[in-house]
Design a protein around this ligand. Sequence first.
Ligand code: DLL
Length: 434
Amino acid sequence: MYWNPSAECMEPEKLRELQTKRLIRTIHHVYQNVPYYRNRMQETGVAPGDIRSLEDLALLPFTTKQDLRDNYPYGLFAVPLSEIVRIHASSGTTGKPTVVGYTQRDIQTWAELMARTLTCAGADKNAVIQNAYGYGLFTGGLGVHYGAELIGASVIPISGGNTQRQIMLMKDFGTTMLTCTPSYALYLAEAMAEEGIDPTRDIILKYGVFGAEPWTNGMRREIERKLGIRATDIYGLSEVIGPGVAFECEIQQGLHVNEDHFLPEIIDPATGRVLPDGQEGELVFTTITKEGIPVIRYRTRDLTSLSREACQCGRTHVRMNKVLGRSDDMIIIRGVNVFPTQVESVLVTYTEVEPHYLLVVERVNNLDRLEVWVEMSDRLFSDEVRRVEEIRHRITRELESLLGLSVGVKLVEPKSIERSQGKARRVLDKRTLS
Ligand code: DLL
């Protein structure tokens, strides 16, 4: 189902025209109103009048998270604070957060994009949406909330956490759609099983819209099976707008980027060179309708590729592949790059272990060592030691051949790995702790 078919299925020619017009307007807007962008463009020798087509985008300098931090809190805002009606911030691992501001129109745009996403994922005005993304400075809660209200669904603004209560309300309120991180969805499923609740019998949940962290297709199947629902991927980041930058359609071959509002590019993270469609690299976004804090060629650090092949769903917007990692989550062990999702893709194929895991990295005698902690299922836990060893060996062999690296696997007791209510922590890098 479409929310706005004339936008979502716009003819490519017409879309390009619209994008070009909006890009030119945005460049003039930031040049006039954000000293930072004006200075950067002057340093690079690009004038606003040089940007006449979508191809000219490549002339502009990149923007990074550090640039937002350096201009903390409001330095990149393009309108006076009196025009800003909402402020969100994303907490970094270190130092100050990055701050973003929305005008009234930005909030409307965001709600429209979230309405597209939720409609595509199965919601309409009859839906009861339990929104378990965190409300607050994080964009997940309020982003979903406004989109859900726009389509006329009934929203339960429960926010993250308080798992027992989530389950009770899900049953009593007749929730049909759950929105939260995939790791929390899995935790909810587990908590339901512990309470003896059968999702296919005791609740009427049908759909889930999960994002804010990487998750594999294997994890999707696990969540779908355990909750008896259809699970859809949603992507976004606060610097660009929040959730709703891109969303998956029913074909599930990538996520449609809301291209009438954001221009995606893929670059080589090392050289900054723009890469052709189909090649994997770092995703970069330029916003072309945002007023409060437009971003020009913002480097997301997320790794993916783009496809412009026609999609069977009828939407014409470019698709990005499922994001399976960002350069920040990548750990380098003896020169080999490892993403948590690579490990996840192996673990989810074993019924003897649960998809709750942690990558523990240590330096032992000057050598980096990766140990994967994974929880045994209750069945395996009470099985013979020999059987446990056999499973451990099989997982180790498979991980080693996938990663090309020697790996330790530790099978830990059921429920011993910390559960997340928001974004899961998948890596414990002890090298950086000392
Ligand atoms: O996580 C916004 C969001 C909220 C998206 C709810 C989806 C649902 P930030 O906190 O700024 O914003 O984090 C953005 O999270 O650059 C990705 O690395 C990661 N991320 C977000 N969605 C996905 C996804 C929100 N579907 C960062 N798959 C992004 C993989 C994702 N990674």
